[in-house]
Structures are given as structure tokens and as C-alpha cells.
Design a protein around this ligand. Structure first.
Ligand code: F6P
Length: 546
């Protein structure tokens, strides 16, 4: 469906059916659903690549899924996916194609943008990245004083940081341990100061990652890093061996003083939050090696193919997207928790926050009309079991519905003693407790004192998806991330919004640019903001002795 053809979501026939159906099923309890259909736990499941997804503990019936799939059909999810992967300019507000899927297309595939096949360009950059990564990993690439690199610091923010940082943590067991990667993003000077503390500049390599190469945080951190390096090595020419760049903006890279021979490019058809499998993943490739990186790409490609070729009823990212819509738009759930039972996935929720919230945090449709249903949820989460001892109380007994994805790994890299079975016992127990709860009758049977019964009752009926991976490897991580990418795509398509722009981050940037000089110079009388902002700036100046 093209932008001009798009009709309001609430006019969709399936939408009206969902509204009516919701009234019939909204009070059904998961206890009843499982009682009615003893095979539910086996049939409400699907697989994509190595990912197994059990969506049986959701407040829906086979009919709910049928209507949701009809909604996906009516809103043209499959057609728009095809339009995206074949290079149509579906990012209409920026006039761009959206082709992160081309980043993992195999050599020889053809994907055209404006009549040009982009796949050879993708592989040309991948090959250059591989040669560079190999030379750093082998010690062939040496710094200004002839020493090999021991620390790689990626400087970037948002999509130029979160992906490689998340994947580096996730894939630690696959990294070359003699080289450590660090990630600097925040313009807070503490970030770069702590990342460089105690390091020897002679063995440190900076990768400045910025699609635009105009981002204030990244350029400020890169400048500070360059000063630190030149300060230690005492020679401006040292920059050449200690700084490389990843960007679409060769001119600005050259202007910063990085030799464009040491620049790795990508393209305007790769959105920042969809870019960690582009050259933005260079630090990750140094860490896991070119083969590991290619495995990650292969895993992502498997899911791209899954989405393209699997009927919607069994299409994992589509199903996850539809289930999310069911809760967001019909049950009014405002948040979605991602709860990986793997310490290696510590940064997954941070990554998914940008992927999902920057994509679907929109309130107008592609045609500029106000949306007629709530869009993207607030995405959050931390690894289990830590959250169990912090915020799970609210998920179990609070007044807010928190749909959650539980992600488990069967065979962990660090299979230490009893740890894994204890971890996974919790991974299985929490969704069970959330779904089935504990009734007052059961408590009374156990002899719980009557005055404690209301406090100890678990209502249950709290929805979850259980996602199970055999192992966490570059390939399965790629599958997991591509699954979430296409879940976000599915939802954005159904809502009829542009998941690929992010105008909402602009205003704050513009105002910060205006305020920055006011913090150091000018008189209080010159401040022309609202009274609150003026007073806060005055107080800050005074606290800084200005
Ligand atoms: O502020 C939003 C944003 O544009 C993100 O979309 C992007 O990932 C990030 O800033 C960093 O941008 P760049 O890679 O151009 O430095």
C-alpha cells in the first residue's frame, strides 16, 4: 500500500472485528485458555531460524490471531516488506530507500536503488573492513610507535554506539580477548575520561562512528580523544595510525583530520538504528573477527528470508508485532519489557529501546494525519534474574499490564556448575507464575491466614512470550536482532507511520545549540527563554562561578 492509498487504521474491517472480539475475550483467563486446549503450549508456537517462540501465554485465542493476521493482510505488511527490501523509497519524509536488509544480502544478490545494484558496494566495504579487522587482530596494524593495538574505542552515539556495544557484550565469548573494546557515547566528559583512564595511547585505536559526522556528542568526544592521544604521543601525525572513521560523510571525516583512506562508508539508505550490521559494526568485527561478523549477517539474512517467504500465520516477527499491537491498542498496555535470561544480553534492552522507540514513537501517519490508535510502547528491561529482585513485584501484582518477552539460552558459553539450570528454572517459572498466578482458594488450602490471602493472591493472566535459543552465537544474535527489526516494521506498517525517520530528536538538539554559548558568556538579562529555563541557567552559571 502506498502512502497516498493509505486508509485510516480504524477503518480497516479487521480493526472493527478486533474491537468486537476484544469485548468477548478480554476477561478470559489464561487458566481457562489452557484448560480448554491442553495442546495450547505446543500449538501456539513458531520458529524462525534457531529461534523458538512460545506465544501460548498470551491473552488471545486462535480467532484473535486469525483476525490479527487479517489486519496485517489488510494493512499490506507483506507487500510493504517487499517494497522495502527491493529498494522502494518507503521512508517518504526523507525521500530514502530503507535497505538494512541489503547489508546482509549474500554476494551475488541484486538490490537496486535508483537503478544501481548496491550489493557489490556492500561487499566491497565488508571486504575492506575484514582486511582492516584482520590487520588489527594479527598485530600487523601498528600504532605510531610501532606497537600493536590493545584497546579499540568506538566513539559514537545512538545507532552508532548501541548496536556494536550490545553485540560486543553479547558475543564476548567469541572475541579476541587480547584486544578490549570500549564504547564512548555520552558528551558527559566522564565517559571519555573513564574510557581512556590508564590507557597507553600508543596501543589505543579510536573508531569514530557517525553516519552524518555532524553529531555534537561524537565530534566533541573525538576531539577530546585526539587531544589526549596527541598529548601522550607528542606528535600530531600520530592521528593517522590511531583514528579511523565510519561515516557516510567523507568530506567531514577529512575535515576532522582522519585520512579518508581509513574511512569505511555506508549509505543514506541505512538508518542509524538499523546500522550495526554496516561498517558501524567495525569495532565488533575487530572483536569477533570477519568470520564471526559474517555469521551475524547470515543469521540476519535468514530472518529476512523467513519474513519474505513464511505465511503470516507462522511468520515470527509478524506474529510478535501483531501480539504487541493487541496489547498496545486493545488492552492499552503502555510498556513492553524485554527480559533476557543471559548476562551477555545485558545491553539488549538499551539497543531495542532505540530500535523500537525511535522507530515507532510517532503520532502522525505517513500521510501526516494524527494516528487513530496508540503507537510504539515504552520498551525496557534488564537481564533476569536481577529484575526479579527489583521490579517484578509490579509485573506480578501491580495495577499495570506489562507484556514481556522472556529470552532464554539453552547452552550458555559459560556453563558454570549449577548456574545455568538455576537461571533457566527462573526463566520457566516466571512466565508460569505470571500466567497462572495463585488463587485465594489455593492459599487457603495451604493454610495461609485469612488476612494475608489478598496480599498473597496472584491474579495471573499476565502475558508473556518465551523466546528460546539453543546458544547465543553471532548467528543466533543476528537472528534475534533481525526478528525485532521486522517486528518493529510490522507494527509501524499496521499503524501507518514512518518507522524510519526521527524528527522528534531535532528540537532538543537545536535548543541545546542555542543554549551552549549562553552557559559561558552573555548577561542574565540576555536570556530569552521561558522563566523556568532562564532561572535554571542563571543558577547553573552561578554554581559554576560565572
Ligand atoms: O539523535 C538521533 C540520531 O540521529 C540517531 O538516529 C542516530 O543513530 C544518532 O543520532 C547518531 O547519529 P550519527 O550516526 O549521525 O552520529
Amino acid at each position: 500500500m502506498t502512502t497516498s492509498e493509505q486508509t485510516p487504521l480504524t477503518d480497516a474491517a479487521a480493526w472493527a472485528r478486533l474491537n468486537a472480539h476484544y469485548e468477548q475475550v478480554k476477561d478470559l483467563h489464561l487458566r481457562e485458555l489452557f484448560e480448554q486446549d491442553p495442546t495450547r503450549g505446543e500449538t501456539f508456537t513458531a520458529s524462525a531460524g534457531d529461534l523458538f517462540v512460545d506465544y501460548s501465554k498470551n491473552r488471545l485465542t486462535a480467532e484473535t490471531l486469525e483476525i490479527l493476521v487479517d489486519l496485517a493482510r489488510e494493512r499490506g505488511v507483506a507487500e510493504r516488506f517487499e517494497a522495502m527490501v527491493t529498494g522502494e523509497k518507503i521512508n517518504t519524509t526523507e525521500g530514502r530507500a530503507v535497505l538494512h536488509t541489503a547489508l546482509r544480502a549474500p554476494r551475488g544478490a541484486v538490490v537496486e536503488v535508483d537503478g544501481v545494484d548496491v550489493v557489490p558496494q556492500v561487499h566491497e566495504v565488508l571486504d575492506r573492513m575484514a582486511a582492516f579487522a584482520d590487520s588489527v587482530r594479527s598485530g600487523e596494524w601498528v600504532g605510531h610507535t610501532g606497537q600493536r593495538i590493545r584497546t579499540v574505542i568506538n566513539i559514537g552515539i545512538g545507532g552508532s554506539d548501541l548496536g556494536p556495544a550490545m553485540a560486543y557484550t553479547a558475543l564476548k565469548p567469541f572475541t579476541q580477548r587480547e584486544i578490549e573494546c570500549r564504547f564512548v557515547s555520552n558528551v558527559d566528559g566522564a565517559d571519555i575520561a573513564e574510557a581512556t583512564r590508564g590507557l597507553d595511547a600508543a596501543t589505543t585505536l579510536f573508531i569514530v562512528s557517525s553516519k552524518t559526522f555532524t553529531t555534537l556528542e561524537t565530534l566533541t568526544n573525538a576531539t577530546t580523544a585526539r587531544d589526549w592521544l596527541v598529548g601522550q604521543l607528542g606528535d600530531e601525525s600520530a592521528v593517522a595510525k590511531h583514528f579511523v572513521a565510519v561515516s557516510t560523510n567523507a568530506e567531514a571525516v577529512g575535515g576532522f583530520g582522519i585520512d579518508t583512506a581509513n574511512m569505511f562508508g555506508f549509505w543514506d539508505w541505512v538508518g542509524g538504528r538499523y546500522s550495526f550490521d554496516s561498517a558501524i559494526g567495525l569495532s565488533l568485527m575487530v572483536a569477533v573477527g570477519p568470520d564471526g561478523f559474517r555469521e551475524l549477517l547470515a543469521g540476519m539474512h535468514e530472518i529476512d528470508e523467513h519474513v519474505r517467504t513464511t505465511p503470516l500465520e507462522r511468520n515470527v516477527p509478524v506474529l510478535l508485532g501483531l501480539i504487541g499491537i493487541w496489547y498496545r491498542d486493545f488492552f492499552g498496555a503502555q510498556t513492553h519489557a524485554v527480559l533476557p535470561y543471559s548476562q551477555y544480553l545485558d545491553k539488549l534492552a538499551d539497543y531495542l529501546q532505540q530500535l523500537d522507540m525511535e522507530s515507532n514513537g510517532k503520532s502522525v501517519t505517513l500521510s501526516g494525519q494524527p494516528v487513530d490508535a496508540p503507537t510504539g510502547p515504552i520498551v525496557w528491561g534488564t537481564p533476569g534474574t536481577n529484575g526479579q529482585h527489583a521490579y517484578y513485584q509490579l509485573i506480578h501484582q501491580g495495577t499495570t499490564m506489562v507484556p514481556a518477552d522472556f529470552i532464554g539460552i539453552a547452552r550458555p558459553a559459560e556453563d558454570v556448575g549449577e548456574h545455568q539450570d538455576l537461571l533457566m528454572a527462573n526463566y520457566f517459572a516466571q512466565p508460569e507464575a505470571l500466567a497462572f498466578g495463585k488463587t485465594p482458594e489455593a492459599l487457603r488450602e495451604e493454610g495461609v491466614a485469612e488476612e494475608l490471602v489478598p496480599h498473597r493472591t496472584f491474579e495471573g493472566n499476565r502475558p508473556t512470550n518465551s523466546i528460546l535459543l539453543p546458544e547465543l552465537t553471532p548467528r543466533t544474535l543476528g537472528q534475534l536482532i533481525a526478528t525485532y527489526e521486522h517486528k518493529v516494521f510490522t507494527q509501524g506498517t499496521i499503524w501507518g507511520i514512518n518507522s524510519f525517520d526521527q524528527w522528534g530528536v531535532e528540537l532538543g538538539k537545536v535548543l541545546a545549540k542555542r543554549i551552549a554559548p549562553e552557559l559561558t558568556a552573555g548577561s542574565d538579562a540576555d536570556l530569552a527563554h521561558d522563566s523556568s529555563t532562564n532561572a535554571l541557567i542563571r543558577r547553573y552559571r552561578s554554581l559554576r562561578g560565572r
